[in-house]
Design a protein around this ligand. Structure first.
Ligand SMILES: CC(C)(COP(=O)(O)OP(=O)(O)OC[C@H]1O[C@@H](n2cnc3c(N)ncnc32)[C@H](O)[C@@H]1OP(=O)(O)O)[C@@H](O)C(=O)NCCC(=O)NCCS
Length: 146
């Protein structure tokens, strides 16, 4: 693998976000709340200069929490033909590093159920019951203390 990961501008990640995570929307409809917040970071992994994986990280506590050290991981996606190559891990690690560099101590996400084992590999744990997000499918809330 010849992979590199770097922070990119939000418009750059939208094509993969749409193709992998929101195929029922247009690219223009794939903005997420907080994408533009100053502390938000969007990361992308590249294979031979082609973007193949993305992830975004937001300074946002879980619903009902006021933890100011809590961040939300969102929009993790790797192109199907590039999965298993370590690109998702590279984006996830960049998000973890970003949160640590900002003094954050907690990360949470709404994990798609098929992706739960991926997050568990890196220390995330499930909280609560499985729930459904319309058009997308079953999810668990997951979290990790850094
Ligand atoms: C989840 C996802 C981002 C992982 O990306 P990836 O680039 O394939 O991840 P990596 O290659 O870094 O995987 C690292 C390891 O985890 C494993 N892994 C990846 N996804 C997994 C999954 N869903 N279940 C179990 N293991 C998984 C890989 O096989 C690899 O194992 P290895 O090191 O033993 O070979 C990717 O599968 C994806 O885009 N899925 C569809 C969209 C999605 O569900 N996104 C998450 C939304 S919450």
């Amino acid at each position: 693998m010849n992979a590199s990961v770097r922070q990119v501008a939000q418009p750059e990640i939208k094509a993969i976000r749409q193709a992998v995570l929101r195929p029922y929307l247009s690219v223009a409809e794939c903005d997420l709340p907080g994408d533009e917040w100053p502390e938000t970071a969007h990361f992308a992994a590249f294979s031979d200069n082609m973007m193949v994986s993305i992830a975004s990280i937001y300074h946002e506590p879980p619903p009902g929490s006021d933890r100011i050290d809590s961040w939300r991981l969102r929009g993790m996606a790797t192109l199907p033909e590039c999965r298993g190559g370590g690109y998702g891990t590279a984006c996830l690690q960049a998000c973890l590093d970003h949160v640590r560099s900002k003094g954050g101590q907690h990360i949470w996400c709404n994990a798609r159920t098929p992706a739960v084992p991926f997050y568990e590999r890196y220390g995330f744990r499930r909280i609560g019951e499985e729930f459904e997000i319309p058009k997308i499918g079953p999810h668990y809330v997951m979290e990790i203390e850094l």
